[in-house]
Ligand binder design. Structure first.
Ligand SMILES: NC(=O)c1ccc[n+]([C@@H]2O[C@H](COP(=O)([O-])OP(=O)(O)OC[C@H]3O[C@@H](n4cnc5c(N)ncnc54)[C@H](OP(=O)(O)O)[C@@H]3O)[C@@H](O)[C@H]2O)c1
Length: 307
């Protein structure tokens, strides 16, 4: 059970293949849940994860703050990790009661968000900043200028995007002097759109690291809502179980192996807070997953063989 490492996008930043997702680390905010979150992060560190995925909005800032506490308590830890955060989603009521939920890539909001993340995390520089969801109103020139400014100011080392379409990546890339190193999108058995909408093709073409959020949706009922009918879900589950028995791993690890098999080099973002699962996820990297089994699961999720 050994963590693999890869280079982040076209950068020289060596990172773990699996990313630990920190969206759930404060749970309901109780002291028990926070202690569980800290144990989860520590387990991820001990299991070889080096990339920790945050967003300014996770727990309304509480996830970054908890992680910052852990960094304070563990001298030397920060230097071992690649700390990622995201900006660009604003909740309803921010900053005043009438404001709707919205996306905001204005320079003012991005600067404010990055300063907030750095302060809560208690660090001088984000290793990676992802633009969380494409702002319909984004001006690529204005956006490129603020990313460049953040890099020059030493506040952010690398940049990426999240939930961007290939055309939005191309638009930003065309005017941006900082490289886009990652695109974090939902990829799982329920939502495999990235395989067919050009996202993974573009990642391979440009050397961008694709990161899969909610990697277990469609495979584990607790891991994300799906529109699968009961019949579809049962068919997927039966195929996962059959393959799990063959490879001698737990069912859900087959869903990770299915993502890892893609040649674009998908990095799943692992969101469980259960220590045993955080450790076990690493074993998915050892599964020598065949093309035939990949297609068996594809057929099971589609309910039909390929044409
Ligand atoms: N960029 C974006 O727009 C975006 C959106 C959403 C999420 N994310 C990132 O992606 C990360 C992962 O997302 P996620 O947390 O939704 O994904 P996930 O890893 O697919 O799901 C985690 C949830 O599934 C449960 N779970 C996991 N394995 C299980 C198993 N074998 N059996 C039963 N339950 C299991 C976990 O429960 P336990 O904790 O109890 O084990 C947890 O509630 C987040 O932390 C965040 O960093 C990014």
């Amino acid at each position: 059970m050994v963590m693999q490492t890869i280079l982040l996008g076209n950068s020289d930043e060596r990172v773990s293949r699996l990313i630990y997702g920190c969206m759930r680390i404060v749970g309901d905010g109780s002291s028990d849940a926070r202690a569980r979150g800290k144990r989860a992060v520590q387990t991820a560190v001990d299991s070889g994860y080096t990339v920790f995925d945050h967003a300014d909005i996770y727990g309304d800032g509480a996830c970054e703050a908890l992680f910052g506490e852990l960094l304070q308590e563990s001298p030397g830890l920060r230097e071992q990790l690649t700390v990622v955060s995201k900006c660009g989603i604003r909740f309803a009521g921010d900053p005043d009661g009438n404001a709707p939920k919205r996306y905001d890539f204005s320079p003012q909001h991005i600067r404010h968000s990055v300063d907030g993340s750095l302060s809560r995390l208690g660090i001088e520089q984000l290793d990676v900043l992802l633009l969380h969801r494409p702002d319909y109103l984004f001006d690529p020139h204005e956006l490129a200028a603020v990313l460049s400014e953040l890099r020059k100011a030493g506040k952010v080392r690398h940049f990426g995007v999240s939930n961007f379409s290939p055309s939005q990546v191309a638009l930003l890339n065309a005017v941006c002097d900082v490289p886009i190193q990652a695109n974090q999108v939902e990829i799982n058995l329920h939502r495999p759109d990235a395989l067919t909408d050009g996202t993974l093709d573009q990642c391979q073409e440009l050397g961008i690291t694709p990161q899969a959020w909610a990697p277990l949706a469609g495979a584990v009922p607790q891991a994300g809502r799906t529109h699968f009918s009961d019949v579809d879900a049962a068919r997927v589950q039966a195929e996962l179980s059959a393959q799990a028995a063959h490879y001698d791993v737990e069912d859900w690890l087959i869903a990770l192996a299915w993502l890892l098999r893609h040649p674009a080099g998908i990095s799943p973002v692992i969101g469980t807070t259960t220590p045993e699962r955080i450790r076990s996820a690493v074993t998915a990297l050892d599964v020598e997953y065949t093309r035939e089994d990949w297609y068996r699961l594809w057929e099971a999720r589609n309910g039909a063989a390929v044409a």
